[in-house]
Every structure is written in C-alpha cells, then in structure tokens.
Design a protein around this ligand. Structure first.
Ligand code: GDP
Ligand code: IMO
Ligand code: MG
Length: 427
C-alpha cells in the first residue's frame, strides 16, 4: 500500500456519501486512533463486513475494530440521546464501547436545535436547504454565537442548568416570537438528558491531549471525514452546505492537531457523482442514465432514506477538492457501478455564456448556469467486483481510472469495486 504516513486525513471530495466509512474501515486495520472532527448525526457511513451491515452516524467507523481508540473530537456536535442509541445498537451486536472517547469541548445538540432545524426549513419553503433535520445548523449557530453548551458542561449538573437557562433566555424568544412555537423549560431538558449524561460521562475527556499522546507514541492516526468538500461552510456550494468545515483545514480546528502533523490527505470520490438535498449540480442526469446510476449504485441516503441525485464525474469539482484540501491521494469508489454502461462521460470543464470555465465558481448563481462539457470513454460489460489487482480490470476500466488521475492530477491509491471489506484494489 502507498505509504500514507503516520497521520492521515480521509475526507469526502464531493457532496458526501463517497464511501468514506468503508475506506476508513480498510485503513483502520493499521491505525491506533480513528477520529471524527466535524459534523454530527447528519452523517451516515455504511460499512459491510462479511454478511453484516453497519450504519455509523457519529461514532467513527473504526469502532468496528473495537480494540482501537475511537474519538469524537471537539469539532463535532453531539446529540446525547442519538449517540447513546448508536452505542447501544453496536453493543447489541457485540462491539465494545470501552475505547470510545468524546471531547469535552464538542458542542451538544439540544432538543431545540432539532426543532429549530425543522421550523427554519419549513419557514424557507421552496428555498429550503434540504437538511437532514438533525439540528446541525442550529447547534453550530449557537457555538458561533457563544451561547452553546459543551459536552464538558454536562458533567456538572448545576453548570449545565445555568448555561441552559442562559441559552433558553434567547432561544425561547426565538421560538415564541419568530416561530410562534411553545417555549421550553430548563427542567424538562435536564430531565430528558440526565440519563444520557450518566451513560456518556466515562467517555468524556480532553481528546486533543489523547491525540498528541498517541502521535508521540508513534501510533497511526486516521481522521475520518464526514460530509464532503462541496458541503463545506466556507468552500462548498453556499448556501447549500452543512454548517461545519469537512475539509482538511477543519480537521485541525476540529481535533486540535497542528497542520504540520498531517502526513497525507486522501480524498474519497465516487467514480461518478451524487448529491442528496438541494443545490446546484452541474453534471446531474435527469434522464434514464441518472436513474440507472441510482438503481445500480443503490443511491439512497443512509440518514434520511432520500434518493440521491446522480450525475457524471466532474473534473473541475475533483480539482477543486484537490486544491482546497491539498489532496495527496484519491480513493475511487463504486467503479463497479459503471459496469454495463456502453459509454462513460467525464465532465472536463464547463461553458458559461459560451465562455470556457475550468475552475469551479463559488457563487451558486453562476453554478446554476454552468453547462458541462464532456469527454466520452468506452465502458465495459464485465462484472469487476472480484478484481483484486489493477491488471485484472478490463482495459477500458483501467483507461477510465488513468484518465481521471491524469485530469485531476492526483494519484488514485485505492479503487473500490464493491461494498465489501475485501472488494478493493490497493495500488
Ligand atoms: P459515506 O457517507 O461517505 O461513508 O458513504 P455512504 O455509506 O453514505 O454511501 C456509500 C454507499 O456505497 C454505501 O452503501 C456503501 O456500502 C456503498 N459502497 C461503498 N463503496 C462501494 C463500492 O466500491 N461499490 C459499491 N457497489 N458500493 C460501494
Ligand atoms: P456523509 O458523512 C450527504 C447534506 C444535506 C443537506 C446539507 C445540509 O454521510 O457523507 P445538514 O443536516 O448538514 O444541515 O444538511 O448537507 N448532508 C449530507 N449529504 N452526506 C452527508 O454525510 C451529509 N451530511 C449533510 O443533505 O443538503
Ligand atoms: Mg453517507
């Protein structure tokens, strides 16, 4: 395997659901620590081991190797009832939570965040973002507005009550005056959260210190991204984004690791492109080809069950992800899904009012007007899901991968040709 170094970032190079969970599961085999540094229960990472399927939302996919340390770092937002539910679901399947650690600086997703997420989407009507309604935007809003509650605050019930009362002084105004909804009380929320706090208490710690100790001890550290580059609050297709920074820079602020400690940044990308939720998507296919990708790829959201919008691979997007994240490698997933397509299109650039555009524009207004320009490549008919070396792939599939590498300017280190743990080619 290409040496990715001691400290690796693995992240989504598209709009999420690239297969980060399954690639994390592969790389976790040699890691000492696996950490999530952004997002919350909005993520849905599927990992298939043998005939068992696991769906992870906030717990790193490394938990399937439960002897490894798994960290939910400070940049994430934690909904205690859902996290406890996720832990219990995994425990029921025989996995241990003894090595799961939660940052005391991670912000808490409160019941009113879920409520506000829904109310705000309803208020927006046809302008809605299509969020996962997991309270993510409102939780990060409170964090930025400096009225958020952190996991460490929950450890002292009086501290929790005081901070909650301060928050509710604002949030109840918002709920009653703006959204014409009912106010909430401190005691009802404390009563709801108390059993979950007790369950999580032994897991809450300073995870930045843990990461530093692990690094000094020479352990491999793997950061498992959530969401994707184009959903990044700063760099994504704003305002159709999530409220955190799932890009490489976000890993440093979201975990407390310094940028000079990062050895490699692996961008996970599908061999085509999908998006769930609203917002621009230049290579989206509204036709039979799009439905075929959706059917063959099983493109339905893990968290919300919504069908994912599908389209062809977009090189300006991949180059954008390479630039924003400083990608050192790519992991190309779902190549097997393209089997049977007579011809495969790659968007190499766009036209905007007749002018050639090579770089992905930042404005959603411009993104909506882009016309993708395609290069066609011949497809293959063979089932490639049992290939284990690059040479075992049909020549047309090899050519497709090599062409993507050439156009994106980043080497493809891993090729996934099926959802199973073993269904991958490591170069
Ligand atoms: P994540 O959010 O980035 O972890 O990705 P998701 O788990 O939401 O979506 C990826 C889906 O594709 C999951 O259902 C995976 O089991 C599946 N998957 C991942 N890699 C491959 C692959 O190479 N081939 C096929 N056919 N399915 C894959
Ligand atoms: P993983 O980690 C795909 C999308 C939502 C919506 C937008 C904002 O599985 O790749 P939010 O609830 O975050 O406020 O929603 O972001 N979104 C995702 N899309 N995969 C994800 O996570 C996503 N997490 C959020 O659909 O468009
Ligand atoms: Mg997903």
């Amino acid at each position: 395997m290409t040496d990715l170094g001691q400290t690796k970032i693995l992240l989504g190079a598209q709009w999420g659901d690239e297969g980060k969970g399954r690639v994390t599961d592969m790389l976790a085999a040699t890691a000492g620590v696996i950490a999530r540094s952004s997002g919350g229960m909005n993520a849905g990472h599927t990992v298939i081991v043998g005939d068992e399927q696991f769906e992870l939302h906030l717990i790193p996919s490394g938990i399937l190797h439960s002897e490894k340390k798994n960290i939910i770092a400070n940049g994430t937002v934690v909904h205690p009832p859902s996290l406890v539910g996720e832990m219990e679901g995994l425990e029921a399947r025989g996995l241990s939570m003894n090595n799961l650690f939660i940052s005391d600086a991670a912000h808490v997703v409160m019941p009113y965040h879920l409520l506000l997420d829904r109310l705000e989407e309803e208020r927006k009507g046809d302008q809605k973002i299509g969020t996962t309604k997991k309270g993510i935007g409102p939780a990060y809003t409170d964090k930025a507005a400096r009225r958020g509650i952190r996991m460490g605050d929950l450890l002292d019930l009086e501290e929790f009550r005081t901070k909650l009362a301060r928050n509710l002084a604002y949030t109840n105004l918002l709920l009653t005056e703006i959204y014409k909804s009912k106010p909430l009380t401190v005691e009802s929320i404390v009563a709801e959260y108390q059993p979950f706090i007790e369950r999580l208490r032994p897991h809450i710690t300073d995870t930045a210190v843990m990461l530093e100790k692990a690094r000094k001890a020479g352990e491999e550290i793997l950061f498992e991204g959530a969401q994707g580059t184009l959903l990044d609050l700063d760099h994504g297709t704003y305002p159709f984004v999530t409220s955190s920074n799932p890009t490489a820079g976000g890993v440093c602020t979201g975990s407390g690791i310094g940028p000079t400690c990062i050895d490699s940044v692996l961008g996970v990308t599908k061999a085509y492109l999908t998006r769930v939720g609203a917002g621009p998507f230049p290579t989206e296919l509204d036709d039979d080809l799009g439905s075929r990708l959706q059917q063959q790829g099983g493109e339905f959201g893990v968290t919300t069950g919504r069908p994912r919008r599908c389209g062809w691979f977009d090189v300006p997007i991949a180059k954008f992800a390479a630039r924003i994240n400083g990608l050192t490698h790519l992991a190309l997933t779902k190549l097997d899904v393209l089997s049977g397509f007579e011809s495969i299109s790659i968007c190499t650039h766009y036209l905007l009012d007749g002018e050639t555009i090579e770089e992905l524009p930042t404005s959603a207004r411009l993104l909506d007007k882009l016309e993708p320009v395609y290069e066609e490549m011949p497809g293959w008919t063979e089932d490639i899901s049992s290939a284990r070396t690059f040479e075992e792939l049909p020549t047309t599939a090899q050519n497709y991968v090599q062409r993507l590498e050439e156009l994106c300017g980043v080497p493809v280190a891993i090729i996934c040709i099926g959802p199973g743990r073993e269904q991958a080619i490591v170069r």
